[in-house]
Design a protein around this ligand. Structure first.
Ligand code: AKG
Ligand code: FE2
Length: 372
């Protein structure tokens, strides 16, 4: 009998940033390098910078208040590709390769940034949320800078500059906070599937075989901080699964989303162990950092799926999922010149600036351009 091929085990290393965990920065950087050089994801426990569980719960509560507003109010602050800010309605974003997509992502989101902090009140339909969102955004940025300092220790950088990455990320320049809501929908029956595409409002939407909450993609900044809804006050988990990470393996059943013809597996991202009041974040690297680090850090493909039958029968309701994502993005004038293992920058010929790269990727994600 042929031996069934087993999916690889997904090992996402963790680092604990709490001062009481007693790890030196060199030790933390060594684990971070091992994680970001292989799986491309890392759990960060007790991130500090004010990102403890109560603060994370508050941003999820703020997100719920935003998403519960009437659609017209949300659409009045529609997403603007030029500023990277505003509200994106259902199916307004097509993440990843468009060629095989039946319709856009089944999600709605609020993006705050880049360069929008001063105009935040005019960008949010509810002014009372401004200070809460701004405080969270600042905390994420502080945490992102701490992580970039560990990146600098993990990699050799030009002139051994300890601020090599930090000094190329300026607050209010590019960083972007995104609150995401993947609404709850019933799964389509075969009859519903036949009528798909003719819906005139969200309330008629049903999740079909080909639907996806966020298509396969790589992030495009330097580092992404992903918060999944934290356990409630009683410690009960509230996170709804769906995030999957692509792991290449020769005998895997799935095609690599990069079109390389490689094979692999989509593996659900595990929740971190040892969740504490100090909170935890899933951190991954975007393509800017993969290029900039000379591929010593990997920008791993990921997606958010709806459970497929038989996990969810026709008519059964798929629960809503919420997440909060913070993208660290290098300053627009930074050339993404790869560094080698000894910290030397490669010849800059053909290199793109972070700004040009960012604009290109934004256009692909929200505009009509086809991905290659
Ligand atoms: O919602 C999630 O869990 C992932 C979102 C994501 O990957 C993104 O927005 O880039
Ligand atoms: Fe992502």
């Amino acid at each position: 009998m042929p031996v069934a091929v087993q999916p690889p085990k997904l090992n996402i290393p963790s680092i604990d940033l709490s001062p009481t965990a007693g790890k030196t920065d060199d030790e933390l950087a060594a684990t971070l390098l091992e994680a970001l050089n292989t799986v491309g994801f890392l759990h960060v426990l007790n991130p500090g910078a004010g990102l403890d569980l109560p603060h994370v719960r508050d941003i999820f509560a703020a997100g719920s208040e935003l998403f519960e507003l009437p659609l017209e109010q949300k659409e009045a602050v529609g997403f603007d590709v030029a500023t990277g800010a505003g509200y994106t309605s259902m199916m307004g974003q097509i993440t990843g390769a468009k060629a095989h997509r039946f319709r856009g992502d089944l999600k709605e989101s609020f993006s705050i940034g880049p360069s929008t902090s001063a105009s935040l009140p005019s960008l949010l339909p509810s002014e009372s949320l401004v200070p809460r969102i701004e405080a969270f955004r600042r905390a994420c940025f502080a945490c992102g800078l701490r992580l970039l300092d560990l990146f600098t220790i993990a990699l050799k950088t030009p002139d051994d500059d300890p601020k090599y990455f930090r000094s190329r990320h300026t607050y209010h320049n590019n960083e972007s906070l995104r609150l995401i809501h993947y609404p709850s929908f019933p799964r389509a029956t075969a009859e519903d599937e036949a009528a798909q595409g003719k819906e005139t409002s969200w309330s008629q939407l049903k999740i079909g075989e080909q639907d996806i909450r966020a298509g396969a993609h790589q992030d495009f900044g330097s580092a992404t901080l992903l918060f999944q809804s934290p356990p409630d006050e009683a410690g009960k988990p509230t996170a709804v699964e769906g995030l999957e990470i692509f792991v290449a393996q020769e005998d895997g059943p799935a095609e690599a989303p990069d079109g390389s013809g490689r094979k692999g597996w989509w593996i659900p991202a595990p929740q971190p162990e040892g969740l504490s009041e100090g909170g935890s974040i899933l951190v991954n690297v975007g393509v800017s950092m993969e290029i900039w680090s000379g591929s010593q850090f990997k920008a791993t493909w990921h997606r958010v799926v709806c459970p497929n039958p038989p996990e969810l029968a026709a008519g059964e309701v798929l629960p809503g999922r919420k997440s909060v994502v913070f993208f660290m993005i290098p300053d627009h004038n930074v050339m993404l010149t790869p560094i080698d293992k000894s910290g030397r920058p490669a010849v800059a010929e053909g290199c793109m600036s972070s700004g040009d790269f960012y604009n290109l990727r934004m256009k692909r994600s929200y505009g009509k351009d086809e991905m290659k």
